[in-house]
Ligand binder design. Structure first.
Ligand code: C2G
Length: 133
């Protein structure tokens, strides 16, 4: 495989898009040549976080798809389907923020698994709180 074909996949809700989201996507893209991004559906976000996202899935997909570092976006329907998505996109590398460290190690039989450090001091929850008060 030439380095020009290296495919990277990552997942997230990317609600109330902020610079921490941008930085992990840019760093993920820099590990390969194409970046595929699974955006959590509204239903998946509800089940993961116990609240609906601020932005609907269609809007979150539109924002991620517009980024220069992103090649393709799809909806992540369930955390259990991660292996299927990795196979479907023939991903060579799975990137996640280190808040998920260890959680996806089982996929190392399918591809390289890389956890990148989160950008400090910013999160969707923190932005929502900042606007609220
Ligand atoms: N992130 C980051 N720095 C921050 C905030 C988030 O690097 N300050 C990263 C997270 O580690 C994650 C990505 O940005 O890799 C998306 O974050 P979320 O939208 O919070 O994603 P999450 O709801 O954790 O969904 O299948 C896994 C999930 O879909 C991940």
């Amino acid at each position: 495989m030439t380095s020009r074909n290296k495919k990277v996949i990552t997942f997230g809700t990317f609600d109330v898009f902020h610079v921490g989201h941008l930085k992990i996507l840019e760093r993920a893209r820099s590990l390969g040549d194409r970046l595929f991004v699974g955006v959590s559906t509204d239903a998946l976000n509800q089940s993961k976080k116990g609240r609906p996202p601020v932005y609907r899935q269609e809007e979150r997909v539109e924002i991620i798809a517009a980024l220069r570092c992103v090649d393709e976006v799809f909806l992540e329907e369930s955390l259990e389907l991660k292996g299927d998505y990795i196979r479907q996109f023939r991903a060579d590398v799975l990137v996640m923020g280190d808040d998920w460290r260890g959680r996806f190690d089982d996929f190392s039989s399918l591809c390289e698994v890389v956890y990148l450090p989160r950008t400090p001091a910013i999160s969707t929850t923190e932005v929502i709180e900042r606007i609220r008060y």
